[in-house]
Design a protein around this ligand. Structure first.
Ligand code: HEM
Length: 406
């Protein structure tokens, strides 16, 4: 159970969640663990699981004791190929963390994203025009959530307009497989990530020679005073933004439409009697898009009443923290007007989600425009299929029938 042992299995799903139904509804297990074993060692995965809100908040806010510097053999699902060293901001601790996050940070504040809103509105309008053009049946993941979230990343990175369709096509291959209406069955599934990597390399090279608009140009230009990110760091940052920023937001948009329909609050969202912002926060709490965050102990630490030795892997179950009865009243209920709502779906501490203001903006624009046009939703998916993944939480697809304004 030490870091000198064989590669750990942080990227593995615990036995207790192995059944597909448990992936969709892990919450009864979380409740049992919060009550009976809030900090436990799992021999099979060689890591410590932490389930209570307060303990998890401490872990995430305390990088001196809980490091994010996991190696590629830690089985983390964040995209490092075996043997490859990848020091993105999410995998390093302060002060190195600040050097990598600093140049990107300023582009993701609520203030600087305000200028991006009109472009986002245009992207959402175009996507909804297309999705609603063919009648009343829509598959939300592939026709609404994915084109919006991936389109946003392509725009923010400043990818040339002519390349965007190809980029979107490759990125589709990163979504969990599903059957969708009108989809070409021959669609590209072979190694889309390699194609995206090659494309990023080419575009970074091009931007070095001919800087243009967008984040890639900014990053390449950044720090010409000597604090410049290396080319490899710019490349890793592009990959991180793509990986961290699109499937999470797809899950938020899909779960929001699913929850609003399931709990019959579409009319109240439309007329504003339930605030969209607070309802979105409740979706983030109730169906957090990420359920686990990995760390490694830098010293011997005490969590709750349990001693964890130095060099141990730790999994903070934020999906459980967000249902903790010590923090939330009636945590198992979906309460779209919940205040306060101190969920930690975006994490906490130094690694608090860089893209949180963007995810909130996407949800605000996409959902308000969606519900301006759609006044009624019937869920036609017979059985929601969960994404089966050690970190991600959500459903693979959501088929709905909508009533639209004339
Ligand atoms: C609903 C959508 C999202 C959720 C639930 C989410 C959740 C999270 C969480 C929990 C972390 C903390 C990781 C840790 O502590 O190890 C994180 C970090 C991060 N997220 Fe997000 N995220 C979302 C959307 C986005 C978007 C849209 C982007 C960018 C386009 C993004 C980029 C990042 C980056 C770069 C980090 C690393 C920050 C750091 O290490 O300092 N995320 N996210």
């Amino acid at each position: 159970m030490t870091s000198n042992g064989p590669p750990t299995q942080l990227g593995q799903i615990p036995t207790e969640l192995a059944l597909t139904e448990r992936q969709l509804d892990p919450f009864p297990w979380y409740e049992t663990m919060r009550e009976t074993a809030p900090v436990r060692y799992d021999e099979k995965r060689d890591c410590w699981d932490i389930f209570r809100y307060n303990d998890i908040d401490t872990v995430l806010c305390n990088h001196e004791q809980f490091s994010s510097r996991l190696s590629s053999t830690d089985g983390s699902t964040r995209g490092t190929s075996p043997g490859e060293r990848k020091d993105t901001m999410i995998r390093v601790d302060p002060p190195e963390h600040g050097r990598l996050r600093g140049p990107v940070d300023e582009h993701f504040t609520a203030g600087s994203l305000r200028n991006y809103r009109p472009e986002l509105e245009r992207l959402v309008d175009e996507t909804l025009d297309k999705a609603l053009a063919d009648g009343s049946e829509i598959e939300i993941v592939s026709e609404v959530a994915f084109p919006i979230t991936i389109g946003v990343i392509a725009e923010l990175l400043g990818l040339p307009t002519n390349d965007r369709d190809q980029f979107i096509q490759w990125s589709r291959g990163m979504l969990p497989p599903q059957k969708t209406r009108g989809e070409d069955p021959r669609r590209e599934r072979t190694n889309p990530v390699n194609k995206i990597h090659k494309y990023f390399e080419e575009i970074i090279d091009e931007r070095k020679r001919n800087p243009g608009d967008g984040l890639i140009s900014e990053l390449v230009r950044y720090g010409e005073d000597g604090s410049r990110l290396t080319e490899k760091e710019v490349f890793d940052t592009c990959n991180l933004l793509l990986g961290a920023g699109h499937i999470t937001s797809v899950s938020l948009l899909t779960s929001a439409i699913w929850m609003f329909a399931k709990h019959n609050i579409v009319p109240e969202i439309r007329d504003g009697s339930i605030s969209l912002d607070s309802a979105v926060d409740e979706v983030l709490r109730y169906r957090s898009p990420l359920h686990t965050m990995p760390r490694i102990t830098r010293t011997e630490v005490e969590v709750g009443d349990t001693q964890i030795p130095k060099g141990e892997r730790v999994v903070a179950w934020i999906g459980s923290a967000n249902r903790d009865e010590q923090e939330f009243e009636t945590p198992a209920e979906f309460v779209p007007t919940r205040t306060p709502n101190r969920h930690i779906a975006f994490g906490a501490g130094a690694h608090y989600c860089l893209g949180a203001p963007l995810a909130r903006l996407e949800a605000d624009v996409a959902l308000s425009k969606f519900f301006e046009r759609v006044y009624e939703i019937e869920i036609t998916t017979r059985k929601c299929e969960p994404i089966v993944h050690p970190t991600l939480h959500g459903i693979k697809s959501l088929q709905i029938d909508v009533g639209t304004e004339l």
